[in-house]
Design a protein around this ligand. Structure first.
Ligand code: RIB
Length: 337
């Protein structure tokens, strides 16, 4: 698939997700019965690598697992997807990262992560894979890695002239110089506020704005001040994207969410795959929004991601339906809402 675009190098987290399905979230101290449970591959880095791979990119994943049953499970799932695992190394004595996830019937989730072997993905690893970074078209990482690793990756990509995409999830505090080279910085609205895009959580006006156009303006203002380019995901509302060339809103298809776990990862991995093959950020975001909307309609994380052909067929079908329930509503800088 390399003829379609440049290689995506994901230096990322890998977990095994223990997901419990419940009618509603329990209150503190309360015990409730679940109506479903599954153990599956997770971790934002791994999820995004799978999404990019399914979207058609040539993907390499650099991650760490423990020498345990969960690590073996993770490798077998990655193998099943056909994703190369040579960059996924075992760490003796460390457990594979674990995420305890609860999904309510509303489609919402809670996630608790025990990082385990992911802690071993320190900044020295970035130096170890410098040649692979130099050969990549895009490097993608997430807030689940040690901060020093994210910062070293950003600096290395800047040094080598390689495009750096950061999904700042969860929203850790990192050096503004590292944020400055992100192209794009991919954040949800809470993560955006944490880096000064939109009102800060806790501010009187943090509950708004909610409109895509308001977020488009915030993202546009952050270009060149916070990051080279910015994508803000806004759940069912869609996303906004801003670069030095303009800013755009991207409406999401209206669907019934069954499980939102990993939908943001699906968006980010898909976005990165299409950026790697040279698509403009607004177009890549539009396709990614459809991938995310497809993912939330099925249970699980990577199990809910669809292959490229299905994704592009859906994009084409939705485009044919026209607005407002189609996928794309893009405006250049200064365009009308
Ligand atoms: O974004 C979803 C992911 O977050 C889960 O797969 C879990 O492992 C955590 O990393």
């Amino acid at each position: 698939m390399t003829e379609r675009g440049s290689r995506v190098l994901v230096v990322g987290s890998l977990n095994v997700d223990a997901t419990t399905y419940v009618a509603r979230f329990p209150a503190p101290g309360e015990t409730i019965a679940a109506h479903g449970f599954q153990t599956a591959l997770g971790g934002k880095g791994s999820n995004q690598a799978v999404a990019a791979h399914l979207a058609g990119a040539d993907v390499e994943l650099v991650a760490r697992i423990g020498d345990d049953a969960n690590g073996r499970l993770a490798l077998s799932v990655l193998d099943g997807f056909g994703l190369p695992t040579t960059g996924v190394e075992r760490v003796a004595g460390a457990p594979t990262g674990i995420a305890q996830i609860t999904v309510a019937d509303s489609g919402e989730n809670t996630v608790i992560v025990a990082a385990g072997a992911n802690h071993e993905l320190g900044p020295a690893v970035v130096d170890d894979v410098r040649d692979r970074i130099a050969g990549a078209g895009v490097v993608l990482t997430q807030g689940e890695l040690p901060v020093e690793t994210i910062e070293r990756l950003a600096a290395t990509c800047a040094d080598l002239g390689v495009r750096f995409v950061l999904n700042l999830a969860p929203p850790v505090v990192i050096d503004p110089a590292a944020l400055a080279v992100c192209d794009p910085l991919v954040v949800n609205e809470h993560e955006a506020r944490a880096v000064g895009i939109g009102a800060a959580d806790g501010d009187a006006d943090a509950s708004g704005p909610t409109s895509l156009d308001a977020w488009r303006a915030f993202a546009a203002a952050a270009v060149g001040t916070v990051a080279r380019s910015v994508v803000v995901t806004l759940g069912a509302a869609g996303a906004v994207a801003a670069t030095a060339e303009g800013s755009w809103t991207v409406a999401a298809p209206q669907v019934e969410a069954v499980d939102t776990t990993g939908a943001g990862d699906c968006f980010t991995g898909t976005l990165t795959a299409f950026l790697a093959e040279g698509r403009p950020v607004a177009e890549a975001a539009r396709i990614a929004a459809v991938a995310g909307a497809l993912a939330v309609q099925r249970r699980g994380t990577v199990d809910s991601y669809v292959p490229r052909e299905t994704l592009l067929d859906t994009v084409a079908r939705l485009d044919g339906t026209g607005r407002p329930d189609g996928t794309g509503r893009s405006e250049g800088a200064g365009g009308a809402a």
